[in-house]
Design a protein around this ligand. Structure first.
Ligand code: DX5
Ligand code: ZN
Length: 232
């Protein structure tokens, strides 16, 4: 896999396992368990303000990224991304995604993430229209369509988000930019093909991977299913 500053060149779909439901007391070891098979590791930063949960913040991410064997895909579920998002890119994240619902100046945030050498992503909660991102597309490298309410792993996939994934793909294609569509929340072998068919090309899977006795094999199984159904 050709891994440039932080992220693989897209050759088919990408799998970004979330560590949220892994053993966070052994975070680096858990990342090591998926590093060979995964394209990214998905790191859910939660501040107990934007979402009703608290995980880890910049000091933990800085330590982890000093010696991380796989590109980091940081998902910031925080109340002040204008202030904090650039620092995750400066810490060495390959991709930094913030929520449009929390941003004061998303264009500026995207610019500072990109200037720090990372890909810029914007996430939308289930209740936010993806059309709200239309003007942002030239600044974006990725749209994250949440398929659960953000805050916790292990929730059930929201099938009513499938049309939204399709709209996000259509919006990105119409913009003429190479914007990836990421899905996150309840992704597993029962729904990943429908998400790929709807236009997603990068998939976050937390419980499906870390609850499996062989996380690497599950990553490969998810990738094979998504590639078979992918419309890209
Ligand atoms: C939820 C997080 C997701 C979650 C995914 O707010 O953004 O990344 O950890 O975990 P699963 O795949 O278990 O839903
Ligand atoms: Zn996430």
């Amino acid at each position: 896999m050709n891994v440039t500053r932080g992220y693989p060149q897209p050759v088919g779909v990408l799998i970004s396992p979330s560590v949220l439901n892994s053993d966070l007391a052994r975070l680096a070891d858990e990342v090591g368990r998926i590093a060979q098979a995964a394209d990214f590791v998905h790191l859910d930063v939660m501040d107990n303000h934007f979402v009703p949960n608290l995980t880890f913040g910049l000091p933990v991410i800085e330590s982890l990224l000093r010696d991380c064997p796989v590109p980091a895909d940081c998902h910031l579920m925080i109340a002040d991304p204008d202030r904090w998002a650039p620092a995750y890119a400066e810490a060495g994240a390959a991709s930094v995604t913030f929520h449009v619902e929390a941003a004061q100046n998303p264009v500026a945030i995207c610019g500072s993430i990109r200037s720090a050498g990372a890909r810029a992503g914007v996430a939308v909660k289930p209740g936010t229209d993806v059309e709200d991102l239309a003007d942002l597309l030239p600044c974006l490298d990725m749209i994250l369509v949440m398929t659960v309410e953000p805050g916790f792993g292990g929730q059930s996939f929201m099938t009513d988000m499938l049309p939204k994934i399709r709209r996000a793909r259509a919006l990105a294609d119409a913009s003429g930019t190479d914007v990836w569509i990421q899905v996150d929340g309840g992704i597993d072998v029962s729904n990943i093909e429908r998400c790929a068919d709807a236009g997603a090309s990068i998939f976050v899977a937390g419980s499906a991977v870390f609850r499996d006795p062989d996380p690497s094999a599950m990553i490969e199984r998810l990738r094979a299913l998504a590639n078979r159904a992918s419309t890209r």
